[in-house]
Design a protein around this ligand. Structure first.
Ligand SMILES: Nc1ncnc2c1ncn2[C@@H]1O[C@H](COP(=O)(O)OP(=O)(O)OP(=O)(O)O)[C@@H](O)[C@H]1O
Length: 236
């Protein structure tokens, strides 16, 4: 499998704090990687550097062979919108928009007409078990349903990489497991790779591989035994 995203000697300081101390990481096509480690160890900083949200002080990030960490803010913003998808602990859906428009938003920001974007967005609802929820506002959805809307929004523009920071952190254990299953399967089915920051070993167990960050360094890598059970065809 080819490399999709890689970080080379990523280093990041905040004042006297060293958040990343020279991290090397490679994520391959359709691979799901969990980033674990104690609080304050540098997990979110690593995700933010890989995703172009933050520039590392030293080191390089490459997406499909192209260096991306040195792009200007406008190009990195475009990269985040077109090549990356994001799922955070709280789905960060816009409360005033119906679910289908929340999902359609990345497409509309990319210039697709509202009608076409909503049509494409609707295709994601049934595969994610959200049929009938299209016109509900986020406040009318359960936590698990809202995260599934966030998953649809992360995938609608067919990104190369989905980044998730504690995607199940606000959910109970059962709903969290179901959300992870859908996140991993939908991401793989769309031939994207997944980078998940989590404290929860149950969440990490859905991934192909876990890397552990301590004091800004990767300390361990272990393979986890997850294989997709999705049938071929469809979105999720
Ligand atoms: N914007 C910032 N300004 C100053 N220090 C920061 C900033 N962001 C992170 N840090 C520091 O960098 C270190 C790594 O933070 P980071 O958020 O990456 O850790 P984490 O492993 O994601 O933690 P948690 O599991 O608690 O979310 C910590 O010591 C943190 O206090």
């Amino acid at each position: 499998m080819s490399d999709v995203l890689s970080g080379h000697f990523l280093t990041k300081h905040f004042g006297h704090t060293t958040a990343l101390a020279g991290v090397d990481i490679t994520i391959r096509q359709e691979e799901a990687v969990a980033i674990m480690g104690p609080s304050g160890s540098g997990k979110s900083t690593l995700l933010h550097c890989l995703a172009g949200i933050m520039k590392p002080d030293e080191g390089e990030v490459h997406l499909m062979g192209h260096r991306v960490d040195n792009l200007g803010e406008r190009r990195r913003s475009e990269l985040r919108r077109t090549r990356f998808g994001f799922v955070f602990q709280f789905g960060q859906l816009l409360p005033e928009l119906p679910a289908e428009e929340n999902v359609a938003l990345p497409l509309m920001l990319g210039g697709v007409t509202r009608t076409q974007a909503v049509r494409q967005a609707r295709e994601w609802f049934a595969p994610l078990g959200l049929q009938g929820m299209e016109t509900r506002r986020p406040g009318e959805l359960s936590g698990g349903q809202a995260q599934r809307v966030a998953i649809a929004r992360a995938l609608v523009s067919r990104p190369a990489v989905v980044f998730a920071d504690e995607p199940t952190g606000a959910l109970d254990q059962t709903t969290g497991q179901e959300t992870m299953r859908l996140l991993v399967e939908a991401t793989k089915h769309n031939e994207a790779c997944l980078v998940v920051v989590t404290h929860d070993p149950n969440v990490a167990s859905w991934c192909d591989r876990t890397v552990e960050v301590r004091d800004g360094r990767l300390t361990a890598q272990q393979a986890t035994a997850y294989t997709t059970v999705l049938p071929a065809g469809g979105h999720a």
